[in-house]
Design a protein around this ligand. Structure first.
Ligand SMILES: *Cc1c(COP(=O)(O)O)cnc(C)c1O
Length: 380
């Protein structure tokens, strides 16, 4: 039988995907040991062997987040699913939510909060800048929120939001703090308990060296209290942590089938994080970022974010006058097999975004990129 929608069904070729050097905003390169783990044969999702892996993933995630929070799990879905889980579980219609917006992912948080019926207040900063504690404090005084949400590592701009003191200010007004750590977990310090973050979420495809597919989240005691005293059920059934936690907890009640292979991948990825050690891993991300920054400046390129709040895991570089930014990215991909990204939103057409995340963060990759950029930009 033919295929009414297109070519003969048997004429589709086998997968033929090149091994790219992924230096964009995600996905980053996946460690070979993680790729290997993904091809492990499946077991049932309630098999004692899988349950053992679930427990170990939770233990390793607590290490990665630097927390003792019992409710620490990988949400089934990408970083955005973990973001949505944070909002859906903490917000009820009419709740007031303060979102700090200085880039694309702050906008997404605000959009999600609105969809869950929150009364959303926003404070904004130009893309590339960060918030001061006083700004957050002032916004809270004007209109006390139940939840404050902020992005630690704004992947759209390359700015790193300092978090010291923000949790204290938020808690002083009896609110809780949600932090987006998608481009920071495993790459720059995320200290959930020490900082006092109430809900922190991330994704596997950025600095954890795994493919996209899971969204680690951790929920602290204040946030657990909110969860257990909600006046109505979580509006998103799939991401409802009151039931998902029974699957990851002692009860092991079926909610949805955990993506087994993705969890195998995450387990191996987190083992690698632990073997390297968080401190060493943060230092490696910093060292390779500094190598990149020095090299870019040596090519007469201008970094968009000042050193004081520049993010090591994602660097934004200004596109020089008269250069076709998309053309440069095309040449990098076609002639050098390297992926970087263009700007988003306010920075569209103005910057390139270079990620040095997880397994992609090596001095060799930095040098490959710098040499390629030099050839493309400066060849006669
Ligand atoms: C990538 C990213 C997300 C979304 O993650 P996905 O895996 O693309 O769903 C959320 N927040 C930040 C800061 C990100 O960089």
């Amino acid at each position: 039988m033919g295929n009414p929608a297109g070519p003969q069904p048997t004429s589709y070729p086998a997968l033929d995907i090149p091994e790219r050097i992924l230096l964009g905003p995600g996905p980053s390169m996946v460690h070979p040991r993680v790729l290997q783990a993904m091809s492990t044969p499946l077991v049932g999702h309630l098999d004692p062997k899988f349950i053992e892996i679930m427990d170990r993933i939770q233990g390793l995630l607590r290490y990665a987040f630097q927390t003792g929070n019992p409710l620490t799990i990988p949400v089934s879905g990408t970083g955005s699913a973990a973001m949505e889980a944070a909002i859906a579980n903490m917000v009820e219609p009419g709740d007031s939510v303060l979102v700090c917006i200085n880039g694309y992912f702050g906008l997404r948080l605000a959009e999600m909060a609105r969809r869950y019926g929150a009364d959303v207040l926003t404070i904004t900063r130009p893309w590339g800048e960060v918030f001061t504690v006083a700004e957050v404090q002032q916004a809270m005084q004007a209109h006390p929120p139940k939840v404050v949400a902020i992005v630690q590592a704004e992947t759209s701009t390359g700015a790193q939001q300092p978090l010291d003191e923000i949790a204290r200010v938020v808690h002083a007004r009896s609110a809780i703090l949600i932090v987006d750590a998608v481009t920071s977990l495993g790459g720059v310090p995320v200290r959930v308990d020490e900082v006092g973050i109430d809900v922190c979420y991330s994704g596997t495809q950025k600095c954890l060296g795994c493919p996209p597919g899971l969204g680690p989240i951790t929920v602290g005691p204040r946030a657990e209290e909110i969860l257990s005293t909600r006046s109505r059920p979580v509006a998103n059934w799939y991401l409802d942590l009151t039931i998902v936690q029974k699957y990851w907890g002692k009860e092991r009640t079926y909610h949805h089938t955990a993506p087994i292979s993705s969890n195998f991948a995450l387990y191996e990825g987190l083992r690698i994080v632990a073997e390297e050690g968080l401190e060493a891993r943060w230092a490696r991300h910093r060292r390779n970022a500094e190598r990149l920054w020095t090299g870019l400046e040596a090519l007469d390129l201008t970094l968009h974010i000042p050193l004081s709040h520049r993010l090591p895991t994602l660097t934004t570089v200004r596109v020089p006058e008269g250069v076709d930014e998309a053309q440069v990215r095309r040449a990098l991909l076609e002639d050098f097999n390297i992926e970087i990204a263009g700007g988003l939103g306010e920075l569209k057409g103005k910057v390139w975004r270079i990620g040095l995340m997880g397994h992609s963060s090596t001095p060799e990759n930095v040098d490959l990129l710098l040499n390629a950029l030099d050839r493309i930009l400066h060849s006669p």
